[in-house]
Design a protein around this ligand. Structure first.
Ligand SMILES: *[C@@H]1O[C@H](CO)[C@@H](O)[C@H](O)[C@H]1NC(C)=O
Ligand SMILES: *[C@@H]1O[C@H](CO)[C@@H](O)[C@H](O)[C@H]1NC(C)=O
Length: 314
């Protein structure tokens, strides 16, 4: 018994010694206790998220860590009480931009940097997105990300944007928010919320985090979660974005839910919610791309004039 314990102790001692000797820096990155090493030392720690819906008391307010495959963008599914990747659900608009349509199919849309495109257009709801990006000289197209959205409904306008920034600090809030051209100040404290005095069906809440994550809702019409994220050095290297230190291309990752769409709905994302929608993107391709940029181009972020516009029509 004593012998056995001694032997085990010696073994453990040697294993630790070898690990330290092989990669002292990598060992330090383990934090001593976690089961898996992070993919790289610059990898940001997983985000903490929680369910904010009181009607799920078993799950309400319990913290979860995002899974490693989407360590910075996940949310809690209050029904199953598990964290899920927020960019994999229908209504997601993430990365450069990758969409998950209402039909469940994933596709990419190649717009142009510094231009505006209509994401969704229906009789009483219109959503534009402003694209920022970088020219990719080798591919003759732009890498693009959604910097802001403008939501138009009942003659109101809700504007949600990521602030241009050079060095990313996740403890600093990077949202610019306004309603009918009046800026909204929302304290960077988890749970703080804002309601429009003129249109009380509109609300914005910091859901689950102090900074860089909000949920906005227009009762009976839609809900959107918006996360501000930078392009990390790692992503820049992996995709050849060539991001420089003066701008980290802070952008939005969005998750929409719609409650009241008509079957005439159009727009890059909107059209995928029609009952008989058949995607034109090649499903099964590594990168199914949806064309039609000219149909969705908007003259400004606040205009409802894209060719696909349905706004104000019945
Ligand atoms: C739902 O859609 C109908 C028809 O477009 C519209 O009249 C109504 O205002 C919408 N309700 C909300 C809450 O947006
Ligand atoms: C990367 O960007 C910098 C500044 O925008 C530019 O000078 C350089 O040529 C770019 N490099 C490549 C490989 O595209």
């Amino acid at each position: 018994m004593l012998m056995k314990m001694n032997l085990m102790g010696i073994r453990i001692f040697f294993i630790i010694l070898i690990m330290l000797w092989l990669s002292s820096s990598a060992f330090a990155a383990y934090g001593g206790g976690s089961a898996k090493p992070p993919p790289s030392p610059s990898h940001s720690p997983p985000r903490r998220v929680r369910c904010q819906l009181r009607q799920y008391p078993a799950c309400y307010q319990a913290w979860h860590l995002c899974p490693s495959i989407c360590s910075t963008s996940c949310l809690v599914d209050c029904v199953t009480c598990r964290p899920i990747c927020s960019c994999d659900n229908p209504g997601a608009v993430c990365q450069d931009p990758r969409f998950v349509g209402g039909d469940g199919n994933t596709f990419y849309f190649h717009g142009h940097k510094d231009q505006d495109f209509c994401l969704l257009s229906d009789a009483n709801l219109h959503i534009n997105a402003h694209f920022i990006g970088k020219r990719d000289p080798s591919m003759n197209r732009d890498f693009t990300w959604v910097q802001s959205i403008s939501v138009i409904f009942n003659s109101h306008n809700l504007f949600i944007a990521a602030k241009t920034t050079s060095i990313w600090d996740d403890n600093i809030d990077h949202f610019v928010l306004s309603f009918d051209a009046n800026s909204i100040s929302l304290p960077p404290v988890e749970g703080s919320s804002w309601k429009s005095p003129s249109a009380p069906v509109v609300s914005i809440t910091r859901a689950g985090r102090d900074t860089n994550f909000i949920a906005a809702e227009v009762e009976g019409s839609f809900r959107v979660t918006a996360l501000v994220v930078p392009i990390s050095e790692k992503e820049s290297r992996a995709h050849g974005y060539n991001i420089t230190a003066d701008n980290c291309f802070a952008h939005l990752e969005l998750g929409f839910k719609f409650y009241n769409l008509s079957d005439m709905v159009d727009g890059i994302l909107g059209q995928t919610y029609r009952k008989n929608y058949v995607t034109r993107a090649k499903i099964g391709a590594k990168m199914p791309v949806l064309g039609g940029a000219d149909k969705f181009l908007s003259s400004s972020i606040f205009a409802t004039d894209c060719l696909a516009s349905r706004y104000g029509k019945n």
